[in-house]
Structure formats: C-alpha cells, structure tokens
Design a protein around this ligand. Structure first.
Ligand SMILES: Cc1cc2nc3c(=O)[nH]c(=O)nc-3n(C[C@H](O)[C@H](O)[C@H](O)COP(=O)(O)O)c2cc1C
Length: 291
C-alpha cells in the first residue's frame, strides 16, 4: 500500500453511491494481482477472491447482479469463496478487509455487503463449487461526487456512533476498562480497531490486555441471527459477527506492524471470567513489544 494503513483506516467509509464509470485497467490489474496473493488468513484457511468487473462499456451487466437497491452505480464487486474450516469466517473477514484497505489506497470507495446481495447471482459469476460459500461481498468503484459530500458527513456520523473505548477495551478482566494511560504504544492500534466496519455497526469485538497479551473476544449481539428479514425477504446470512472479528484483527495487526510493534497471533485462551453466554474467545495477539 502506498499510504499509511492508519490513514487508510481513517479514510475508509461505507460508500453506497458510485460513479457509473469502469475502474481503469491499470487499477483493476493492481487489485487482481493483490487478490491473487491475498489467500491465506491468520488461522490458515485459504479463501478464493475474485474481482467481478463490468465488461460492457455501459456497465448494464452488473445491474442484474442485484444488491436490493442499496448500492447505486457500482461497476465492480469483490467476492470471496470459502470452504468449511475452523475460524474460516474470521480469516474471510481479515483477508477481505485487506482488499478493502488496498482499494481505499487505490482511490476507490467500498462497501461490505453481508445481507443485501443476491447470493445466487454472485455464485454463478464466480463459479462457486458445492463445497464453497460466499459469506459476504464488497462493492468497489469510484466514489460518486454526490456521495463525496454525504460520504464525508456519513463518515462523521457513523464514527460518532462507535462505542466508547470503555465498552471495548479492558484490563485483565471484563470488569475494568483499560485506562487510556495504559494503552501506551497501542493507542493508535486500538483507534484503528474502533474504526473497523462491522455488520449493522454492532462492533462485537472486545479486547482484554493482560501481561504481554491482547486477548480478543466476540461479544455476540443477542438476537442477531443468521436469518434476517431484509427488504421484506427472509435471507440466510453467514455468521457475520465472526467476519467482523476478522476485520478487527486485520486493523489491529496492520496498525501494529506499521508502528513497529512486533507480535503474532496465538490461540491461547486465558482463564478470564466471561460476562455472559454470548461472549466467545477468538485469539490473542502476543506482543513482543513490552513497554
Ligand atoms: C460483515 C459486514 C456486512 C455488512 N453488510 C452490509 C449490508 O448488507 N448492507 C449495507 O448497506 N451495509 C453493510 N455493511 C456496512 C456496515 O453497515 C458499516 O460498516 C457500519 O455501519 C459502519 O459504517 P462505516 O463502514 O461507514 O464506518 C456491512 C459491514 C460488514 C463489516
């Protein structure tokens, strides 16, 4: 990426209105090259990503793909096909978010779509095999001028809607919020987690700092099911909150690397009392930077 990842995290917002203009060949090539090499997540699952770009000059072809009218004018989508595997949805979220940040770096707008897309249309486009599923896709394209203004405003609004740090980051147990003074070199890293996109903006990630570890827990939203009524239709959704967790891990890791904070992922569940039955341990970042 050309720009700093931290600035890209700040720049990104869910863009739902695009210019009716194809992504340039050179930008498509850069994006495709990236997708080809962006296949293995931190938990070892291999995901197959494809760029679906309008081929006809008028871009009508993609209109048929259907996003229930939520996305206007998009000429391209990134879709990923995933096979069964342990923590495959977390890997999916992690890898797709890298592609989203690269797209932001290339000057493109993006929007994650986990509910408002027609699975069968996308399945056909990417020749989905029987063993694969598409948990989510992302629209990608040039931000429409009209959305630029509303996009920036929208961004400010959605940012204000993020949960306060005290509800996201903790010290040693779930009962004690992490004091800002103890975030240390990780302050900006935690900012980047907080700005991560999440399905319905639920922000289901919780992080507990203990010794040299940052432990990641999923706090599921009660009643946020796999099947939802969207635009009057019952849709079968993937477990999107696990995808959200992968996105948060991506922001954490990329920001830490950028700041020179060495560390790596481990599955090493600590003995920490969980607040309720909707809390689940996912993984821990073992920090090798000990200040
Ligand atoms: C896994 C996932 C699925 C999402 N699905 C949809 C969707 O189906 N339709 C939509 O309009 N936005 C969708 N979003 C976008 C979120 O609503 C958005 O990220 C959140 O409200 C925060 O706003 P921001 O991305 O502008 O920061 C999804 C986001 C994520 C991470």
């Amino acid at each position: 990426m050309k720009k700093s990842v931290i600035s890209l995290v700040n720049e990104r917002f869910s863009c739902r209105k695009y210019m009716e203009k194809q992504i340039s060949n050179e930008t498509q090539r850069l994006l495709k090259d990236f997708l080809e090499n962006n296949q293995i997540g931190p938990f070892g699952n291999c995901i197959r990503f494809c760029l679906i770009a309008a081929t006809s000059s008028d871009g009508q072809e993609l209109k048929g793909l259907g996003t229930y009218g939520v996305i206007k004018g998009a000429q391209s989508y990134i879709a990923g096909a995933m096979e069964p595997g342990q923590k495959n949805l977390e890997d999916f979220g992690y890898l797709m978010e890298k592609a989203i940040l690269l797209s932001t770096d290339l000057g493109l707008g993006t929007c994650w779509l986990g509910g408002t897309f027609k699975k069968t249309s996308f399945a056909k486009k990417i020749n989905l095999t029987q063993n694969e599923t598409i948990p989510a896709i992302a629209s990608v394209g040039y931000i429409a001028d009209t959305d630029n203004a509303s996009g920036w405003l929208g961004k400010a609004v959605s940012r204000n809607k993020r949960l306060p740090r005290e509800q996201l980051f903790f010290k040693e147990t779930f009962t004690l919020p992490l004091p800002k003074s103890e975030e240390g070199a990780y302050e900006q890293v935690l900012d980047c987690v907080r700005l991560a996109p999440s399905a319905s903006n639920k922000q289901p990630w919780r992080i507990i700092k203990r010794d040299a570890y940052w432990h990641f827990y999923l706090q599921r939203t009660k009643g946020y099911g796999k099947d939802s009524f969207i635009m009057g239709k019952l849709l079968k959704l993937a477990d999107l909150q696990r995808v959200d967790m992968g996105i948060a891990m991506c922001h954490f890791e990329l920001a830490a690397h950028e700041l020179g904070l060495a560390g790596s992922w481990e599955i090493n569940e600590p003995n920490i009392e969980q607040p309720n039955e909707w809390t689940e341990y996912t993984a821990s970042w073992h920090s090798r930077y000990l200040k």
